[in-house]
Design a binder for this molecule. Structure first.
Ligand code: SF4
Length: 328
């Protein structure tokens, strides 16, 4: 059976958390996406066209099956608290996950199918697909939580024209948060209350704020030492205790990403940045946004940012605003 062959091949690559669903329009998400749009809860990274978001056939007209695969990234390492989320510290997951998925696509092509790979920069509802495919459940923290690796996973998908036997979970159960029960630890831990019992507002999620190009003063204050990403809701989750570590070597933290590195980041030339931070999972955001966040961190840690030399009007503006806010 093609399904068993694909599973065996993925297992041979070390990928053991994957599932299959029919390629179909996700009409059940339509109202949800429209409601978020109306309430202004969408963020700048989300696809604005709802009909596109729910329709994977836009990618492959003859698609029959979607394969969802989890890529664990947490290693057995003492992660030094330097403001970088754990997921950012290894080699860029866009490249790593794509390289694994390309191998799976080649395998599928070898057994007579067409296959297209996706990681992050696409409009597929990835967590929804992962839930339906049985990769894990969606927690009150909005993350997919797997049994083996907790929520410390990246997601990748493959659309193929092969008909593969599937066993889709019922989407109506997603919002019951059955597995969370009465737990609300992530709500309590969320620094901006972006997740709370009443709604999820990704526009004030601190992880999102660290990625946003323009920050209001009130949002700068919310970063509180975070340079990229925010692990508060993951770190507080009981499902992330006693989990297995990743064996994907590329996600092992680079040395410079596992020590205090704000000054190194601020002083990095374009070449130095390209040879270091750019290669990590947060490098895609570019030098200036990362430098801005490091500035905010240093200021938050009571360091002296008045000595920072920069030719960038973007960064100068943040230095001035931070120095002004220190006077208040
Ligand atoms: Fe669910 Fe508790 Fe984990 Fe939040 S911290 S996702 S409520 S189990």
């Amino acid at each position: 059976m093609k399904k068993d062959e694909i599973i065996r091949f993925c297992n041979s690559l070390g990928l053991d958390t994957l599932g299959f669903i029919k390629c179909r329009e996700f009409t059940e998400l339509k109202d949800f996406f429209y409601e978020r749009k109306e309430k202004g809860l969408e963020n700048e990274f989300e696809e604005k066209d709802v009909l596109k978001r729910i329709n994977p056939f836009n990618y492959m007209e003859e698609g029959k099956t979607i394969i969802s695969i989890a890529f664990p990234y947490l290693h057995d390492v003492n992660y030094f608290d330097n403001g970088f989320s754990v997921y950012t510290r290894g080699t860029d997951y866009h490249r790593v996950v794509k390289s694994y998925l390309s191998k799976v696509c080649e395998f599928i092509e070898g057994i007579g199918g067409k296959a297209l790979a996706f990681v992050d920069s696409n409009f597929l509802p990835e967590r929804h697909i992962a839930y339906l495919a049985g990769i894990g459940f969606i927690g009150k923290n909005n993350l997919i939580i797997t049994k083996k690796y907790g929520s410390y996973v990246f997601l990748g998908e493959i659309i193929t024209d092969l008909e593969i036997e599937t066993n889709e979970r019922n989407y109506k159960e997603i919002q019951n948060f059955k597995e969370c029960g009465n737990c609300e630890l992530c709500y309590k831990a969320c620094p901006s209350k972006a997740i709370n019992p009443y709604k999820k507002n990704s526009n004030i999620c601190v992880s999102y704020l660290t990625q946003k190009k323009d920050l209001d003063d009130k949002h700068m204050k919310l970063l509180k030492g975070r340079v990229f990403g925010c692990d508060s809701c993951q770190n507080s989750c009981p499902y992330n205790e006693k989990i297995e570590f990743s064996k994907i070597e590329e996600f092992y933290p680079h040395d410079f990403m596992n020590k205090e590195n704000s000054i190194q980041l601020i002083n990095a030339s374009t070449k130095e940045f390209k040879d270091s931070f750019f290669k990590t999972s947060c490098g895609w955001r570019g030098k200036n946004v990362l430098k801005r966040n490091a500035l905010i961190k240093i200021n938050n840690d009571k360091g002296d940012i008045s000595i920072v030399k920069t030719d960038s009007p973007y960064l100068k503006d943040y230095v001035d605003r931070l120095l002004n806010s220190n006077k208040i």
